[in-house]
Design a protein around this ligand. Sequence first.
Ligand code: AOF
Ligand code: ZN
Length: 356
Amino acid sequence: GAQMEQEQEENYDDVYYMRRCVELARKAIGYTSPNPMVGCVIVKDGKIVGEGFHPKAGQPHAEVFALREAGDLAENGTAYVSLEPCNHYGRTPPCTEALIKAKVKKVVLGMVDPNTIVDSKGIRKLRDAGIEVTVGVEEELCKKLNEAYIHQMLTGKPFVTLRYSIAVNGHPLDQLGEEVTECGGYYSKLLQEHDAIILSSTSSFPASKEPGANQPLQIVLSKNPNSQIQIPDPTNDATSKVIIFTDKEMDVEPEKSQKGTETVVFDRISLISVLEHCKRQGLCSVLLDLRGNYADFEDILIEGFEENLFQKLVVEVLPIWRGSEETTSMHIYLEKRVKNLTSMVSGKSILLVGYF
Ligand code: AOF
Ligand code: ZN
């Protein structure tokens, strides 16, 4: 009856405001690492009275900005947060205390924070203070938003996305494909989303074209002593810091390393050693971009598949026919491993996205 109708209406509102939280959170895409992206909306009498998002690690959390904007109107209102409010003193004070102090009546959250220092303690604290708490509204969307953060929290390892492009007949593509790649704009978003990108020394340096994008750290794997790495101009804002990974045998001359770059020497370059370095630097997500240089990445790919180091797969199928009947052996590795494969049209290409 009437009761039922009202409940359904409320649920619809919850979904609407939670989606707004996620939209707000995304404004900081590429800037929050190692922290998650979080958005918050304060609602009073069916109106949004405050909005906020977490802009950057070290800066206040989403709830703080939203409560600030709402002021006294937060009292008896509902706070929507895409992630469970924190209950600890980190770089910033606990959000649970701010919500309690603001006297909100209800908190609706997207997902529990997998961070072991939070992990449902925020929910308990709010409930103990007499605040009604709803958990898991638009949970899937909220989890997708922070897939890298969640993976990193649960495993202690960076989230790795493997990307390459192929022709419609499955033939792997070379650099030429890259120009086509930019069409859909998805590639810029991919760069923006990741903290670092791994390239081979023969690759060109990509930059996200999204306005205001935080460019990923560029990691160059230099295994070929004869390769000439073309470092982008460090004074150009569009490109980010470059770090070159090389091994002992390469014998790099320090004076050859250019401004704005750093060289790290390993005994032997492996994907594990690269990821461990990333972790130490606080990088949570890494894009392994083959950019047509399959041969340069052969060992890294085999290691990645054998050690289960990849989390996400992005394959761009370009509208071209290339080469002979030959197909990439990559398919052998992908078979039975990739889950939740989805496809979408992006510019002139088809994008396949799946998870390992
Ligand atoms: C929230 N709202 O907007 C974010 C949260 O060092 P701190 O103080 O920034 O704390 C970082 C941790 O807080 C982070 O690992 C995650 O567990 C949580 N992030 N929590 O209530 C936010 N960004
Ligand atoms: Zn917080």
